[in-house]
Design a protein around this ligand. Structure first.
Ligand code: PLP
Length: 372
């Protein structure tokens, strides 16, 4: 609605490309000249580099973050009659893939850190619970080590959705290396973004890796022979080549994101009675896919910022359990009050590694003016 008049955007992918243009252009040229456009050595090399970065044994490149979730759950054996827990506050994909596998999404509330509430997970466990999806929301690690302690004695799989949190750490260890599998999206806006759709799964389990590799390419154990049910979810060589250029920059970019977050933290600290800022416990390292504040005046603030030329976004305006797609599951408004409150109050501010400091200062003053 206000798009044409924004002078400060949520992110600037063109500026990022400008900062690594030569490396990107030569990687793309290399792929075009190779004549190998799907899977192949670019993808294999990226899989290795990603797994090493995370600290997992294996990586499998797939076509999107949604497919990463779908293939991982399918490979874990999730199917009809199974329940899979999903936070009520997250992106649509998390429940969708469970439903496509004919399993039942069981929604749980989130805690004040916007991550899945572990006590709520414990009380929702049943004989049918097959997996729990922990989303490291906005780039802040969920307490997946505690979750794993609860789930693993019960034989319940922990799937970490790291789409928003590549590079974030918990007790010094990267997210994606705690559960049975880590799932990643390289949607262009992510901290590590491709130039199109792309995703990956990481795991320490060789059998699971093999299964996901089969599923992503029509379950062909041998060429033109399907030994099971798969689909086409292969990663393009071009995307892998782009991601291989960007991955070595990621730590630096994440550090820049943290520096921007620090400016917001300092600039908004004394408005504590009017809004809340992200809180990061000392054993976690946030990667600020989004810098989300909350305020009961969220919609007014969003409009005010837009008038001042500042873009902001809502992640997310609707909790999963109230979406029409899941009405048949019988959930209702009021059932997950924390997730619902965040949907009413949360607002993500412009943040990307190359955002000019004066833009951040302008956003801060606009917010301060609004609350004056
Ligand atoms: C938490 C989360 N999970 C899954 C996805 C799906 O990834 P993709 O868009 O690559 O399918 C996204 C984002 O897009 C996400 O933010």
């Amino acid at each position: 609605m206000h798009k044409q008049k924004y002078t400060i955007r949520m992110l600037d992918l063109v500026a990022e490309y400008g900062s690594i243009k030569e490396e990107i252009d030569s990687a793309i040229e290399r792929v075009i000249a190779s004549g190998r456009y799907i899977l192949g050595s670019e993808v294999a090399d990226f899989e290795r580099e990603l797994a090493d970065y995370i600290g997992a044994s294996e990586g499998v490149g797939v076509a999107s973050g949604t497919d990463a979730l779908m293939l991982a759950l399918q490979a874990l054996g999730v199917g009809e009659g199974d329940e899979v827990m999903v936070p009520a506050l997250t992106y649509i994909s998390n429940a969708e893939v469970v439903a496509w596998l004919s399993a039942k999404p069981v929604f749980v509330d989130v805690g004040e850190d916007m991550n899945i509430d572990i006590a709520a997970v414990e009380s929702a466990l049943t004989e049918r619970t097959r997996a729990v999806v922990a989303v490291h929301f906005n780039g802040l690690p969920a307490d997946v080590n505690r979750l794993q302690e609860i789930l693993s004695p019960r034989g319940v799989h922990l799937l970490e959705d790291c789409a928003q949190a590549l590079g974030a750490t918990l007790d010094g260890k990267k997210v994606g290396a705690f559960g049975a599998v880590g799932c990643f999206s390289f949607f262009p806006a992510k901290n590590l973004g491709a130039y199109g759709d792309a995703g990956a799964v990481t795991t320490d389990d060789a059998d699971l890796t093999e299964e996901i590799r089969l599923i992503r390419s029509h379950y062909q154990r041998s060429r033109y022979q399907a030994h099971g049910l798969g689909y086409n979810s292969r990663l393009d060589a071009m995307q892998a080549a782009v991601l291989r250029v960007k991955l070595p920059h990621l730590n630096d970019w994440n550090a820049k994101r943290r520096a921007v977050a620090h400016l917001y933290d300092e600039g908004l600290a004394d408005l504590a009675d009017k809004l809340t800022l992200p809180q990061v416990p000392s054993h976690k390292e946030h990667v600020y896919y989004q810098y989300a504040i909350t305020t009961t005046r969220r919609d007014e603030l969003k409009d005010y910022l837009a008038e001042k030329g500042v873009e902001s976004q809502i992640h997310y305006p609707f909790p999963l359990h109230t979406m029409p797609a899941y009405s048949h599951l019988g959930y209702g408004e009021g059932q997950f009050p924390t997730a619902e409150r965040f949907c009413r109050e949360v607002l993500s501010l412009p943040l990307y590694p190359l955002i000019p400091e004066e833009d951040v200062e302008r956003v801060i003053s606009a917010i301060r003016d609004f609350f004056k």
